[in-house]
Design a protein around this ligand. Structure first.
Ligand code: UDP
Ligand code: MG
Length: 335
């Protein structure tokens, strides 16, 4: 990556106090153990930029003392905003809430558990200053994650980029920087089922990929489990592609063709040689096979109808319960 001196940020005009250079969005759920360290490390990383920035914490329905903690966070130079959702709406909704209110010229999404090291923020901003409108952070190593999770994640990314109509970079999670322009486009996407990897990739724009080592969780436990991940995968597939419907149609066409050929063979054998039709096992096999294909196709169809049903209700993505904004302390002290 071409190295730009940090001074370059200061040459970005106009920079007003009203518009922060960077907004860092941090969604969290029950992360009381890590939030203080997270805040400190994010502030340290931002201080390298020597610019007024904004940090937005989104409490996605935490049951522990996380909210009491973040709503007290302040910084001398940066605005610290904490939003509290009325219940757990999921990380995707929490990130969307943050992006709606983010006022920075560029926006960074970050996990609270410090698996995405905030120390990369200056490099990401540097790439943005150099012209990239999206800076994707690609994981080199996934420390602290078992081979089962690594393999399933790899297969999922492969599958998604195969069925998607536009590229979704492999091993890039939510940790990324986006120009405010890109964020505004994403904010206009109205869907309720928010498969973020797909949504974030959808607008396009100029991209740069930086690689990083994903750290293990600092403390606490992951909020994901396999049923949740399978749900996410199905949501991703059905909200981003209609290819499975096409496959169901193709399976129907192929089986109909095979059935037609078999009917011709049996008819000819019976008419020409007078063979009695034998084969109870093959009949059962064919019935089961066709039954399976039919159920699968109905299931696929059902997934899409279910999505339509959820979308048609037009419910809000999240509900904001509290909003605590801490202006930079040097301002409130009249400095
Ligand atoms: N998170 C959230 N809402 C949820 C689940 C997770 O805001 O419903 C947050 C969580 O607190 C963390 C980030 O999303 O800051 C990533 O979650 P986690 O570390 O559990 O996922 P993993 O890194 O294991 O994929
Ligand atoms: Mg994590």
């Amino acid at each position: 990556m071409n190295a730009l001196p940090y001074k370059a940020y200061e040459q970005l005009e106009p920079i007003t106090k009203a518009q922060p250079l960077v907004t860092v969005i941090i969604p969290f759920l029950n992360e009381a153990e890590v939030l203080s360290t997270c805040h400190k490390r994010v502030c340290d990383a931002l201080s390298i930029l020597h610019q007024h920035c904004e940090i937005i914490y989104i409490d996605d329905g935490s049951q522990d003392s996380s909210w009491a903690l973040v709503s007290q966070f302040t910084h001398r130079l940066h605005q610290v905003r904490s939003l509290r959702l009325s219940r757990n709406f999921g990380k995707e909704a929490a990130m969307s809430a943050g992006m709606k209110v983010a006022s920075g010229r560029c926006v960074i999404l970050l996990d609270a558990d410090l698996q995405d090291p905030p120390e990369y923020i200056p490099d990401m901003v540097k790439a943005w200053v150099a012209g990239a409108q999206v800076v994707e952070m690609q994981r080199k190593e996934r420390h602290g994650e078992g081979w089962v999770k690594r393999t399933t994640a790899h297969c999922f990314y492969r599958f998604m980029s195969y069925i998607s109509d536009y590229p979704i970079t492999e091993n890039v999670g939510d940790f990324r920087l986006m120009d405010q322009k890109v964020v505004r486009v994403i904010n206009t996407l109205p869907e309720r089922t928010r498969f973020m990897k797909g949504l974030l990739a959808w607008p396009g724009f100029t991209r740069t990929i930086l690689t990083f080592d994903r750290d293990p969780r600092l403390a606490g436990i992951t909020k994901w489990n396999y049923p949740k991940l399978i749900h996410l995968a199905l949501e991703g597939i059905t909200s981003f592609s209609t290819k499975p419907l096409r496959w169901a149609t193709m399976a129907g066409l192929v089986t109909s063709f095979i059935a037609f050929v078999m009917a011709m063979v049996i008819l000819t054998k019976t008419l020409v040689w007078g063979d009695a039709v034998a084969g109870y096992p093959s009949t059962i096999l064919i019935i089961l096979f066709l039954g399976g294909i039919q159920l699968l196709s109905i299931g696929v169809l059902g997934e899409y109808v279910g999505r339509l049903f959820i979308e048609s209700k037009q419910r809000p993505l999240y509900i904001l319960m509290e909003d605590a904004t801490m202006k930079p302390t040097f301002q409130s002290m009249g400095a």
